[in-house]
Design a protein around this ligand. Sequence first.
Ligand SMILES: *Cc1c(COP(=O)(O)O)cnc(C)c1O
Length: 395
Amino acid sequence: MTITPLMPVYPRCDVRPVRGEGPYLYGEQGEKYLDFASGIAVNLLGHGHPHLTKAIQDQAAKLMHVSNLYGSPQGESYAQRLVDLSFADTVFFTNSGAESVECMIKVMRRYHVVEGNPHKKEIITFKNAFHGRTMATISAANQEKLHDGFEPLLPGFTYVEFDNLDAAREAISENTAGFMVEPIQGEGGIRPASKEFMQGLRKLADEHGILLGLDEVQCGVARTGTFYAYEQYGIEPDVLASAKGLGGGFPLGACLATEKAAQGMVFGTHGSTYGGNPLAMAAGEAVLDVVAKDEFLDQVKTMGERLRSGLEQMIGNHPDMFESVRGMGLMLGIRMKTDPRAFVGWLRGRGLLAVAAGDNVMRVLPPLNIGEEHVREFIDGLSKAASEYEKPEDQ
Ligand SMILES: *Cc1c(COP(=O)(O)O)cnc(C)c1O
């Protein structure tokens, strides 16, 4: 037998972390890495954060899981906080991003059934989007590499150009249920939608009686300097998928919706065995205790500006390698002249972790509670690594 016990679907790199502390990861032999990947925008408080760790330890000892057969004081408390922090009136808890998107799709379709328009099933999604790896969420994305070998896909998705309002308008038909869009495409290469586009989608949705669903799985939860990214676009969605940073490393997702959008989600329409269990709720609450504060969000904006200007300065010294810096808050991407994977590997060898994405972009996604010194350490390391990468013979 040659297959590995871990199903070999990931081309895993040679970093093998066994311990973490703040923004640092340590490998099996004690190798130290500055982690500006954060488990792909998940570990927003870094590693081993005392408040989050203690909340999980205390709750694990008290009560981990009971199922959704019973009342949930933990879920009620945490859902209320998310409702207070957002556009939403109601929340469904999941264990991942893809499940949150699945719930969003179900909310959008059932809404129209209850409205008396059961033919409105088509969801308009955008090119280069990423919504997860389940059958519905790969069907929702137009990327061939996600589909290959998994056909038949689920019907009911129409793909149009991202950030192109005319294309979105033209795609609306009498069968359209709504739009599903990442305000900032993550896997697609840190591409923020324009304000005109997001406000235009809101207006189109209102005019046509269809729903605006946002996938904020990567850009949500304080990453861009506001609790959700939509706040910076001056709009509110009808439904939103959240996950990644929500549990700070504990698997936790949520589908947030207005009362109107969720009108079809009555007893028996949806469910999850683990979803919203007391342990997950404790992790979610502990993350909110830290991040859902103006001072914290302001600090994310400040550090985002520092990091961005440092990156912009750095790329100016290496015009043959880098093209531009883009993103919002601490969700940043450096567009490179070529595929970023080789350089991301080069950085790893020098103790710096970042993540490759589409469109030749290297993502820089640090924990949100980094300090000035970590920004400096990353920029200095990156500058040095870039010089060595360009002229390896000088080493
Ligand atoms: C990561 C991601 C998902 C999928 O989340 P999983 O937890 O891997 O299922 C969905 N949408 C976006 C925008 C993401 O970045």
